[in-house]
Ligand binder design. Structure first.
Ligand SMILES: NC(=O)c1ccc[n+]([C@@H]2O[C@H](COP(=O)([O-])OP(=O)(O)OC[C@H]3O[C@@H](n4cnc5c(N)ncnc54)[C@H](OP(=O)(O)O)[C@@H]3O)[C@@H](O)[C@H]2O)c1
Length: 429
């Protein structure tokens, strides 16, 4: 029986997992597609590197053409990462009429449109389930099982590093920098953690999810991004007092045909399903008009969880090849919706400031909020040290633009020593 030929671009964490899983559940995969699957070639950069025993060193190569132009390869699996060579190789593979499976969120968020149009031109599949939330199935459910719904909102904890840090800060009362060092020691955070802690990794993923959920192209530039570096143990103390936790979320929603996409920390009430997603776990919460609320939860990274998603895509493509089915519609962005900027969005806010501990200060601050159409829902005021008080205000749902105007004016008040933090509050579940 003919094989389905697989070529890998990369054999690191994910590539090794893909090979391992293809071997582990070989018979099941063959039953699923109707044909055996065989890894024909693997592109690496260093032939001498030590690798897992399951890797057949005789099929390693440093020549990309041995994968891209190999007539025995039907599916090219891009698990090398980056956007330069990875993009070049994927485009070359598409032009060689190879189906593509990728785990690369950077590539999909940056060049999705170009790759989809090349896949359509060449009549091949382009699958990318592992690019968002690793092992958690979310792209295929949004594209298929939930296709009957009008999706109103997608909100996810889609970065394991920041979730580990915030969980530890919440549970132990530790400071951000202390927990970041621990995350680096445990291998949960990179030596340069910028992409994670500044929210950029999550921004790429929410751009991909928003594009699929709302059928319109959302790029990284459309996503408003705030990271977690300003979250302090004091913010967490107040969150606890308010029966909330603090999480970094990627959020995309459609209101009256307009789409917004953002990444920022939020105060989540403890009853919210996402509030219970801790440590390196990821979860994506979706609101559809028919299904209601659904949540997908699991490990967002790691060798085998990510391989689960990659091999799942390989099997779908394999089935298409065996059944001689034309590629399914790869790109779901068939509409063009307006993307709204952050200043036009509405949220509840948690505002923490250090102010002079004397009568009349709250009235002054409340007056400026009122002048800018910002209504206050509740207030906590506590003596902080001699002459200073912590003032925490929770607003009603207000427009970002109005809040910023008010904050600028409040910062100029003499009794306001510091605007310590401003965090959005998620109320509905
Ligand atoms: N790790 C995860 O848990 C995870 C989860 C979801 C998505 N992803 C995505 O999956 C992709 C791969 O991640 P990973 O963690 O497996 O990366 P990795 O461990 O760094 O592996 C990268 C692999 O690509 C090879 N490679 C890199 N540049 C190359 C080049 N110029 N020419 C030839 N080979 C090259 C490396 O070769 P050598 O082996 O010779 O060094 C290595 O085998 C990334 O896009 C990542 O964002 C990863």
């Amino acid at each position: 029986m003919a094989h389905i030929g697989i070529g890998l671009l990369g054999c690191g964490t994910v590539g090794t997992g893909v090979v391992r899983l293809l071997q582990q559940n070989k018979q099941k995969h063959e039953n699923f597609t109707g044909r055996p699957l065989r890894v024909e070639k693997i592109l690496v950069s260093n032939m001498d590197k030590e690798r897992a025993e399951i890797i057949d060193r005789t099929i390693l190569t440093t020549d990309p053409d041995e994968v891209l132009k190999n007539p025995d390869i039907d599916i090219v699996v891009e698990v090398m990462g980056g956007t330069g060579l990875a993009k070049e190789y994927v485009l070359r593979a598409l032009n060689e009429k190879k189906n593509i499976v990728t785990a690369n969120k950077d590539l999909m968020a940056m060049a999705g449109e170009e790759l989809f149009s090349s896949a359509a031109k060449n009549d091949v599949d382009l699958m990318f389930e592992a690019s968002v939330a690793g092992g958690i199935p979310i792209i295929s459910p949004l594209k298929n099982a939930l296709a009957s719904n009008k999706i109103n909102k997608v909100m996810g904890i889609i970065n394991g590093t920041t979730n580990f840090i915030l969980t530890k800060m919440y549970k132990d009362g530790s400071d951000f920098s202390e927990v970041l060092a621990l995350a680096q020691e445990k291998g949960y955070a990179e030596t340069d953690p910028t992409a994670d802690i500044e929210g950029l990794d999550a921004a790429r993923k929410i751009a991909i999810l928003a594009s699929i959920a709302f059928n319109t192209r959302v790029t990284l530039d459309d996503v408003y991004v705030e990271g977690i570096t300003k979250i302090s143990s004091r913010d967490i103390e107040y969150a606890k007092e308010l029966n909330c936790t603090i999480k970094l979320v990627g959020l995309a929603q459609e209101t009256n045909g307009q789409v917004e996409a953002r990444v920022h920390p939020v105060l989540l009430p403890l009853y919210h399903p996402l509030a219970k997603v801790d440590d390196v776990y990821n979860a994506v919460y979706v609101e559809g008009d028919a299904v209601g609320d659904v949540m997908f939860q699991g490990l967002g990274a790691g060798e085998m969880p990510t391989a689960s998603a990659v091999v799942g895509d390989i099997l779908q493509v394999g089935k298409n090849i065996v059944k001689n089915v034309s590629p399914r519609d790869n790109c779901s962005c068939y509409q063009k919706k307006e993307i709204i900027g952050i200043e036009d969005t509405f949220d509840k806010y948690f505002i923490r400031m250090t102010v002079a501990d004397r009568p009349g200060v709250l009235a002054q601050i409340a007056g400026l909020f009122g002048d800018n159409d910002v209504s206050i829902d509740s207030v906590i005021q506590k003596k902080y040290c001699e002459g200073k008080a912590d003032l925490v205000l929770i607003t009603e749902k207000v427009q970002d633009r109005n809040l910023k105007k008010a904050i600028e004016q409040i910062k100029g008040l003499e009794p306001v020593y510091a605007l310590e933090n401003l965090i959005r509050v998620e109320k509905e579940s």
